[in-house]
Each structure stands twice: as structure tokens, then as C-alpha cells.
Design a protein around this ligand. Structure first.
Ligand SMILES: C[S@@+](CC[C@H](N)C(=O)[O-])C[C@H]1O[C@@H](n2cnc3c(N)ncnc32)[C@H](O)[C@@H]1O
Ligand code: SF4
Length: 451
């Protein structure tokens, strides 16, 4: 019998979200610039890449927010930043020596929806000047509904956006007040209708559990409202309370936060409601309609994980532009300069803004694959591991067998074909993934709750 209380009380109750392995705190200072330059110069001809553009600005500051963003009431800094992003695109083209073909483009933040129409148009032009986009290029954007005006919609059309992800979090007044994020259901519903009218064919909604003053009743009411909007995908994240990293989270009263076991119950309750409405469960925190490309990818073992979470994007290379963005080059990760002003100065001087980075060793690559498969499929196929890494996989298969044998909580099972997380233990996937994390024990980094 699995005992959630015992598992969550263990020292592995706080672990990374594994949007990469090794995780960002283990990137080394200054290693990134040389890696970024050499990888861009050596990209195979014709290989399509993905691009992430980070917009680190918001016109409100939600107290729960864990993103790299800055509250601004003035628009001038945002306009100046867009100029820097455009310069960085040109530097990437110059470094690569050609216009790279884009399979996916994602604008995240912060709130890309606070860009004004002329800036969407400038970005759209610069993207087309510096990269090759075609009808198959997927363009997605994160939207704060409180930003959206007719001008925003025109801007999104100019950019050619095909997918949108809309932030909801929670619809009850008490929770919204406790997190400083007023947002009515009607406002959200109208924005979603308007986005659909522009031709955006795929919509995701973000909801959160673990928020202050959230009760079962409030969560159920939020999920019912989210379901009434019929999004193609839903992301149900657990609120990561990390006030030692995000000072504004100290504005949230700790006594208002649900306890660990309440979080666990709330996560299960919301997930069951979404699944009962006909959505497939995807990984640890996503849901998709069965006909959605993410649900198809999950069924076929083609789901991946990148810095934005779950993705169907199979490109080896993801180039992150903008302050704090992380790029992935298959065998290396690189993070851009985090402070916006320093980032802008570096790129406007014509440089790449990569700073911290890590080149993955063979051990890192094998563990990264094992952790990604656990996060996406809840299992590691031993055949799959051997096909990818040959004999080098053997010690890791032995390690997985040992891990299952020593699993006193009964979360996993193993046989000759593979290592699996039991169905009832899926909420603890991050904990099981952490067993294969070679950096965890040697680090003093503090993480958010595992569930
Ligand atoms: C960049 S925001 C989404 C776009 C837009 N800024 C908005 O808030 O509507 C990305 C998502 O991250 C999630 N998020 C932000 N802070 C979080 C935290 N501390 N813990 C868990 N999820 C968080 C929220 O669900 C949010 O919608
Ligand atoms: S949740 Fe979204 S709108 Fe709120 S501060 Fe964070 S990025 Fe900005």
C-alpha cells in the first residue's frame, strides 16, 4: 500500500520539476558563450530548430508568480527590449551563417500579450528576415487575458499565431485576492472566444492547485468553469511556493496555504474531474482532448519535456532568445544573461547573450533520457535505453533494478523489459525521477514541493 503522507514527509518531498537534466542551478558560469557559438556554427544544414522568445514584463504582479518577469506600468522599456530581441535574432543568423528553418516558435514570459500591435509586427518581420518560417511552423503564445484588446488580436494575427495558452489559475474571488490576480470568468470566456475567432485553432488553459485559501469547493468550481470553455489542453500545476527565490511570494500569507496532504488531495480531485470530462492525462500535470496532437504523441511515446514543460516538439535544438532564456543543443544547455538591462546591452553591442551553461557528459545524457522518459511515459524501456546508448546503458539498467528493489514505498516495479512507476504512484513521479539525479545529493539548492 502506498502511503502518501509518509512519502511526502520524506526528504525527497521537495525535488526539481525536471524541465531539464541537469537542472539550471548546475549550469556553470561563463561556460555558455563558447558552447552557444560553437553549436550555432555547427548546426547541420536543413535541420529545423525551435525558437523560444522570452518577454520578461507584465503589467501586473501576481504574488504567486515564479516566472522571470518584472512588473512595469510604462511601455517604453518593453519597446526597447523588443529592439534587443530583434538584434539578437540577427546575431543568431550571422553566427549560424544562414537563416535557420523554424519548426516551432513559442513566445513566453512574463506576458507576451502585453506587446502592442506595432511590436508584434516588428517581431513578425524580424522573424521572417532572420529565420525561414513556412505554413507548417507552429507559433504559440502565452496570454494573460487581462491584457487582450483588439490591438493585441490584430498583433497575434500579424505574427501568425496558431496556438495560445491562457492563464487562469483560479476563478474564486477569495483566492484571486490572496494572490493579487483579479480575473473574471466572463473576461476569460470573451478573450477565448475572440482568440478562436482570429483562427487560433488550439487553446491551452493553465490552472493551479495549492494556492492560498483554495478549498475543494473553490477548486471544483474553477475546474468546472475551465471545462466549460472546452480548451484543447489543460495544464494543472501545483503552486510552487519558493519565497527564498521570489521575494514577492512573501506577500502570500503562509497560514493561508493548504498543507501537503490537502495539496495532494486537491491535485487528485482536479485531475479526476478533468479526466472524467474526457481528457487524456498527459505526464504529471497536463491533460489533452484525445484527438489533440499532445494526446496522440503521449500515446505513441513521442512526448518530450523542455523548459516550458511538456511538448510534442521533436527538434534537437531549441534556441532561447531574450533575458534568462535557456537554449538546448541536445548535448548542452545554455542560459542567457538574466538581468534585462545587462542582456540588452550585450545584444545591442552585437554579442550573443549566453552566459551560464553545461556540456552534458555521457552520464548526464543517459540520466537525462531516463528522467525524461519517466516524466513523459512513467517508465524506462531497457531496450530503448540500449538502442540509444549501447553497452553504456548496462550499468544504468542495473541501477534501475537496484532502485526498484530498494523502493520501500512501493512506487515502482521492474522486470527484464523495463522500470515502471505504478499507476497509483504517478503523483510521485518527480520523486522517482530524482532517484536517478546524480546532482541532487551534492547540492544545497532548495526546490518546491514534489506534489
Ligand atoms: C508566464 S505565465 C502565463 C501567461 C500570463 N503571464 C498569465 O499569467 O496569464 C505561465 C504560467 O506559469 C504558472 N505559474 C506561474 N508561477 C507559478 C508558480 N509559482 N507555481 C506554479 N506555477 C506557476 C501559471 O499557471 C502561469 O499561467
Ligand atoms: S502569472 Fe503571468 S501575469 Fe502574473 S506576474 Fe506571472 S507572468 Fe505576469
Amino acid at each position: 500500500m502506498i502511503d502518501p503522507e509518509k512519502i511526502l514527509a520524506s526528504q525527497r518531498g521537495a525535488v526539481p520539476r525536471y524541465t531539464s537534466y541537469p537542472t539550471a542551478p548546475h549550469f556553470s558560469d561563463q561556460a555558455g558563450l563558447a558552447i552557444a557559438r560553437s553549436r550555432l556554427q555547427r548546426l547541420p544544414a536543413n535541420e529545423a530548430v525551435s525558437l523560444y522568445l522570452h518577454i520578461p514584463f507584465c503589467d501586473r504582479l501576481c504574488w504567486f508568480c515564479g516566472c522571470h518577469t518584472k512588473h512595469t506600468l510604462k511601455y517604453a522599456p518593453v519597446e526597447a527590449y523588443v529592439g534587443a530581441l530583434i538584434r539578437e535574432m540577427a546575431t543568431v543568423r550571422e553566427t549560424a551563417g544562414r537563416r535557420l528553418r523554424l519548426a516551432h516558435l513559442h513566445l513566453g514570459g512574463g506576458s507576451p500579450s502585453m506587446l502592442r500591435q506595432p511590436d508584434f509586427e516588428r517581431l513578425s518581420q524580424a522573424l521572417r528576415d532572420n529565420f525561414n518560417l513556412d505554413a507548417a511552423t507552429e507559433i504559440s503564445v502565452e496570454i494573460d487575458p487581462s491584457d487582450v484588446t483588439d490591438e493585441t488580436l490584430t498583433g497575434l494575427v500579424a505574427l501568425g499565431v496558431t496556438r495560445a495558452s491562457v492563464g487562469v489559475q483560479d476563478f474564486s474571488d477569495a483566492v484571486q485576492e490572496a494572490i493579487n490576480r483579479p480575473q473574471t470568468f466572463e473576461q476569460t470566456r470573451d478573450v477565448i472566444a475572440a482568440l478562436r475567432e482570429t483562427g487560433i485553432h488550439s487553446l491551452n488553459i493553465d490552472a493551479l492547485y495549492g494556492l492560498p485559501l483554495q478549498t475543494e469547493e473553490r477548486l471544483v468550481s474553477t475546474i468546472d468553469k475551465v471545462l466549460s470553455l472546452a480548451p484543447d489542453r489543460i495544464a494543472l500545476f501545483g503552486y510552487a511556493h519558493v519565497p527564498w527565490l521570489k521575494k514577492h511570494q512573501t506577500l502570500i500569507r503562509e497560514e493561508d496555504l493548504p498543507g501537503t496532504m490537502d495539496r495532494f488531495r486537491h491535485a487528485g480531485l482536479a485531475a479526476d474531474l478533468i479526466a472524467a470530462a474526457g481528457y487524456d492525462r498527459i505526464g504529471i500535470d497536463h491533460f489533452a482532448k484525445p484527438g489533440d496532437t499532445m494526446a496522440e504523441a503521449a500515446r505513441e511515446g513521442r512526448l518530450f519535456r523542455n523548459f516550458q514543460g511538456y511538448t510534442t516538439d521533436a527538434c534537437r535544438t531549441l534556441i532561447g532568445l531574450g533575458a534568462s532564456s535557456i537554449s538546448s543543443y541536445g548535448d548542452a544547455y545554455v542560459q542567457n544573461i538574466v538581468p534585462t538591462s545587462q542582456y540588452e546591452k550585450t545584444v545591442l553591442d552585437g554579442g550573443l547573450s549566453a552566459t551560464r551553461g553545461i556540456q552534458l557528459s555521457l552520464d548526464d545524457r543517459i540520466r537525462a533520457h531516463m528522467i525524461e522518459r519517466l516524466m513523459c511515459d512513467f517508465s524506462i524501456s531497457f531496450d530503448g535505453l540500449e538502442q540509444k546508448f549501447g553497452y553504456a546503458a548496462r550499468p544504468y539498467i542495473a541501477e534501475a533494478k537496484l532502485a526498484a528493489a530498494g523502493d520501500c514505498h512501493g512506487l515502482t516495479e521492474v522486470d527484464e523489459t523495463g522500470f515502471r512507476i505504478r499507476e497509483q504512484a504517478r503523483p510521485f513521479t518527480r520523486i522517482v525521477a530524482s532517484w536517478f539525479d546524480a546532482y541532487l545529493n551534492e547540492s544545497s539548492v532548495r526546490y518546491s514541493k514534489a506534489v
